[in-house]
Design a protein. Structure first.
Length: 194
């Protein structure tokens, strides 16, 4: 079976000269990391969970589909690096390595793994059709929440699934629906412009 690679949104206008391509990629990674940080500002805490509801999962998965696996993972790593360096990019304006070692650290680690898989699936064309786009986002969500819940269980035990997954399902469904509608719609617009 032949593996087919598609262009991602970010590849469409990527310059061909190496220096400009590098600068373009660096700009996308920095801009994406800022977007993830800004999405952490849309956060509220549930009284029974140490995990906040944020816009980060949408930003991470959507950017990964736009960027592809490499730029997507680099964007998440830049975001994490900014937080470790002391910038208030984590939910609740948190900073530092200690935050990553706390109850929500597994979710942030899950951002990178989910970003890789979602970006890889987008590179295979899964962002072109709504049903496949939904599947790509769901797979990314399962990876992200599996890693997050596994780490959270170290802190709160068996309650991790109830505190770290169940209350997030409705919001994640909305985020997936939005991303899965935007991605194929964007490709349809691009095809009409050609």
């Amino acid at each position: 079976m032949v593996s087919v690679n598609f262009m991602t949104y970010a590849d469409i206008i990527r310059p061909s000269q190496k220096v400009y391509a590098f600068l373009y990629d660096a700009f996308l990674v920095l801009a994406g990391s800022i977007l993830i940080a800004l999405s952490s500002r849309f956060a509220f805490y549930l009284p029974f969970s140490p995990v906040p509801v944020t816009g980060q999962t949408f930003a991470v998965l959507f950017l990964s589909a736009l960027y592809g696996k490499t730029r997507g993972v680099l964007t998440v790593l830049a975001y994490v690096g900014e937080g470790i360096a002391g910038l208030p990019v984590f939910a609740g304006n948190a900073t530092g390595l200690a935050y990553l070692l706390g109850p929500t650290g597994g979710y942030i680690a899950g951002f990178a793994a989910a970003s890789f898989v979602t970006g890889w699936l987008a590179e295979k064309g899964w962002d072109r059709k709504p049903a496949l786009s939904i599947c790509a986002m769901l797979i990314g969500e399962v990876i992200l929440f599996s890693m997050g819940t596994a780490w959270l269980s170290y802190f709160i035990g068996l309650k991790a699934f109830i505190a770290g997954v169940i209350p997030f399902i409705p919001g994640e469904a909305v985020k997936i629906a939005c991303a899965s509608a935007l991605l194929p719609a964007g490709w349809n617009v691009l095809q009409k412009l050609r």
